[in-house]
Design a protein around this ligand. Structure first.
Ligand code: AMP
Ligand code: MG
Length: 358
């Protein structure tokens, strides 16, 4: 452990909270930028240290807002995803409605979105279909996070699953999603925002940064250690952690059933759906935290692993050189080998099994 170079953040879906910031040599560096705002339907916060902290910090918020509004949001008709969804079943030439990108620094937004969709396709195949970016209609049917949640009938579920197992076709700069389906990049958007933030940080003179976008966090800065708290999935509080991970620069994403859920007839239904059944994933897990180099991957993998469950996630994580912490509904904690020495479980009610973790 390197003394005096610890940053502690709490990874909590929809509320990543910086719970302590100690000996972060801000004063020596000169400038610090701290800000938080609601974007992508969640809390985005930035804590940046370095001579260009202020300007790059402002740029990051602008870029994430642009990413949401112009590319990723399926609730905005004029976004690239909105454009693709409006033409389900037909080949769509993404025009982005001739939107101007002068204000931002997005070089080729069409190529960016095509690349994102293509990565989603690969992840979908590699996860055996557990990760599926075509579940927009299914999510809408359940109504998670809308205030109008309900348990749909079997027939309704069957009807909206129709087409979701078909491929997304990408042909040059054209995209075609299957008829009846709605593209939903909600499982990767926050990780992508972390990757965009990283690009901006790399092009600026910044020493350290922690950028959190809902359940995804970018830890940035060489020769640094960061201490990341993992939210207690059983606690009502969004800032209560059961364990901490000691990490160097990377991306961390958590998917949890405590987020966007509702109770009906004594059963809790949550927003991470099993594409095969159309019901909330029932893998015995309440949260999965994935650590890897890339925000897209950490975000996509945390969702995929939540659906797959512990055993079936291991080959997928290995393939992507990613590590993870799983929490089961019995408060058991399972950790992949690469994180055993990094994890400290602080609440006695959680049991680390098979001697994994500290
Ligand atoms: P996350 O919190 O990153 O795990 O993402 C969950 C969100 O991704 C949900 O709110 C849905 O919008 C979407 N989603 C739900 N189930 C899946 C799935 N099996 N594959 C991909 N996206 C999903
Ligand atoms: Mg995700």
């Amino acid at each position: 452990m390197k003394k005096g170079k610890w940053i502690t953040v709490a990874v909590c879906v929809a509320a990543v909270v910086v719970i302590a910031l100690s000996a972060f040599d801000v004063i020596k560096v000169g400038r610090e930028y701290k800000n938080s705002s609601v974007l992508m339907n969640t809390t985005v916060s930035a804590d940046i240290s370095g001579t260009q902290a202020q300007s790059v910090g402002e740029e990051i918020f602008k870029r994430i807002s642009q990413l949401e509004n112009k590319l990723l949001s399926r609730h905005i008709e004029l976004s690239a995803v909105g454009e693709i969804n409006a033409c389900a079943g037909q080949e769509t030439v993404i025009t982005l409605f001739s939107q101007s990108y002068e204000e931002g620094n997005v070089d080729d937004p069409v190529s960016d979105i095509l690349n994102i969709i293509s990565r989603c396709q690969t992840l979908r195949q590699d996860s055996g279909g557990a990760f599926n970016p075509l579940l927009g209609r299914l999510s809408d049917l359940w109504g998670f996070g809308t205030g109008n949640e309900r348990v749909p009938s079997e027939n309704e579920i069957k009807s909206v699953l129709n087409g979701t197992d078909e491929p997304i076709e990408i042909n040059g700069r054209k995209v075609k999603i299957p008829t009846n389906t709605v593209l939903d990049l909600g499982a990767v958007g926050k990780g992508i925002a972390c990757d965009e933030a990283k690009k901006l940080l790399e092009s600026a003179k910044v020493k350290s940064a922690v950028i959190s976008v809902g359940g995804s966090v970018l830890l940035y800065g060489e020769d640094r250690q960061f201490e990341v708290g993992i939210r207690d999935p059983f606690s009502q509080s969004g800032t209560d952690c059961f364990a901490t991970l000691s990490l160097s620069a990377c991306c961390v994403s958590t998917s949890g059933s405590y987020e966007r859920n509702f109770e009906f007839d004594g059963i809790t239904y949550h927003h991470i759906l099993n594409p095969k059944t159309g019901y909330p994933a029932d893998s015995g897990l309440v949260s999965v935290t994935v650590v890897c180099e890339d925000g897209f991957l950490s975000d996509a993998l945390s969702t995929a692993c939540f659906v797959l469950g512990y055993e079936d996630s291991l080959p997928l994580l290995k393939k992507y050189n990613a590590e993870a912490v799983f929490v089961t509904d019995e408060k058991k904690v399972l950790v992949t080998d690469g994180l055993c020495d990094s994890l400290s479980v602080e609440k006695d009610s959680f049991t680390v099994i098979d001697g994994q973790g500290k």
